[in-house]
Design a protein around this ligand. Structure first.
Ligand SMILES: [Cu+2]
Length: 131
């Protein structure tokens, strides 16, 4: 193998690297995206903030719940009758029919004030505020 040949290809590589670095201009910290291996670190919210809605006696409790955007809200039906928690707008979230003791998790990523109801008992209303 010709050593000069090897050297020149090294130079080419170095030159390319310089060009790439030169193009970055200014804020060169963009490449700091760390690819963490997904796994073990499932974060549990230990802040004691309630992100659960219970349905009992044909009422949502609490009637109004404020959560952070994307937070998981657990809806549990404690009545013997089936209920749903369905966004009034018809698409933001819907637990579907929850039979007694059934639980469904919903989450809303867009901030806003969401009114919801039970499709089986339209007089049941609740509010979910997403911040
Ligand atoms: Cu209901």
């Amino acid at each position: 193998m010709n050593p000069r040949h090897a050297m020149s290809s090294l130079l080419v590589i170095a030159g390319t690297a310089l060009l790439l670095a030169g193009c970055g201009g200014g804020s060169g910290s963009a490449s700091g995206a760390s690819a963490k291996p997904s796994g073990s670190s499932s974060q549990t919210t230990s802040t004691g903030v309630s992100t659960a809605v219970k349905i009992s006696n044909f009422k949502f409790s609490p009637a109004s719940l404020t959560v952070k955007q994307g937070a998981a809200v657990t809806v549990t039906n404690e009545d013997s009758a089936a209920h749903t928690a369905t966004a009034d707008d018809g698409h933001s979230f819907d637990t579907g029919d929850l039979s007694q003791g059934a639980t469904q998790t919903i989450s809303v990523s867009k901030p806003g004030r969401y009114l919801y109801h039970c499709t089986i008992h339209p007089f049941m209303h609740g509010t979910l505020v997403v911040k």
